[in-house]
Design a binder for this molecule. Structure first.
Ligand SMILES: [Zn+2]
Length: 321
């Protein structure tokens, strides 16, 4: 009987693979760098290598399936990656079929943020909550929407790109080409950029010494730390990020009517600095009473969330969970 599952997380920097049992106990783990500039064929070969490594000495018949969480816009129904901005050549790339050919195993693929949402729903902060939104705020802003216990995919698998919802049409340019996407105003790089702008204006801040040494050393992490120490400039930056995040969430609440919004990713470590103003804004502006008190909670699963999502996908697709 098939007792083992392979979970893979393909990012712009790293490929991570694990071998797990049905209880999600991780038995083996392999990490390697993504050859993101060498093209799609190389990346695909590297993914297959990682999977072969975690499967060493394991018979194929013991494996229930392989789940792959990948960066980029991917259609889980066709297994084709339409586009991934951080992996060269992942353009209309038939990732799933190539992995099936290379591995001779059933393979299921999904967008990494979508599968993180599935993971939090099945095993994390959203257990038992059938209508939820998951947002991950780091270099970009990714999302997944769980509707009646299932991932909302849209016609082509592109649904729930909430980081590209426009929250200020006069705002900053996003790397998708549009102006004023939530990602361009509340992601880690957006927070760092805003802090640098204010520092360039000469405002006093705990960040000044670091900034004058080398402006590129100002990242969202330093801004959050300074804000937690009461730094006025850093607090102003975090306030603006929280404002846009709140504006975005009000629209998401009106669109999807969730019971809960789960927030993960590096920037979410700012905690109440972000959560408190976001909750206040939602309480003030959401239309229905039930929506004004929607639960906004931190993610529970940490750095392995993509891997756990890939495993959850295999369990869901094979009807074993
Ligand atoms: Zn965008």
């Amino acid at each position: 009987m098939e007792e083992l599952i392979v979970g893979v997380d393909v990012g712009g920097t790293q490929i991570r693979a694990v071998l797990a049992d049905r209880k999600r106990t991780m038995l083996r783990r392999v990490n390697t760098l993504t050859p993101a500039h060498e093209g799609a064929q190389q990346v695909t070969s590297r993914i297959i290598d990682c999977i072969e490594q975690v499967l060493q000495g394991i018979e194929r018949k013991q494996v229930l399936g392989v789940g792959v969480a990948t960066a980029g816009a991917v259609n889980p129904r066709t297994g084709i990656v339409a586009k991934a901005s951080n992996i060269r050549g992942f353009e209309n790339w038939p990732l799933r079929d190539l992995l099936v050919q290379g591995l001779q195993l059933p393979v299921y693929v999904g967008n990494d943020a979508n599968l993180a949402a599935l993971a939090e729903h099945r095993f994390g902060a959203g257990q038992g909550v059938d209508f939820l939104i998951y947002l991950t705020i780091s270099t970009g802003i990714g999302a997944g929407v769980i509707e009646n216990g299932k991932l909302l995919l849209g016609a082509n698998g592109w649904a729930a790109e909430l980081g590209h919802v426009i929250v200020d049409p006069h705002g900053s340019r996003c790397n998708c080409g549009n102006i004023g996407c939530l990602q361009a105003l509340a992601s880690g790089p957006a927070i760092a950029r805003h802090a640098i702008e204010l520092l360039q204006e000469g405002k006093p801040s705990l960040l000044r010494a670091r900034f004058e040494g080398d402006p590129t050393r100002i990242t969202a992490k330093e801004v959050v730390e300074a804000a937690q120490q009461g730094d006025v400039l850093a607090l102003e930056v975090m306030q603006r990020a929280a404002f846009y995040l709140g504006i975005g969430m009000i629209s998401f609440i009106h669109a999807f009517d969730p019971e809960m919004i789960i927030v993960g990713g590096g920037v979410s470590k700012a905690g109440e600095l972000l959560f408190a103003p976001v909750r206040a804004l939602i309480a003030e502006r959401a239309i229905a009473a039930s929506q004004r008190s929607v639960r906004i909670v931190p993610a529970a699963l940490g750095d392995d969330v993509g891997l756990i999502g890939a495993i959850a996908l295999v369990l869901a697709e094979t009807g074993t969970a």
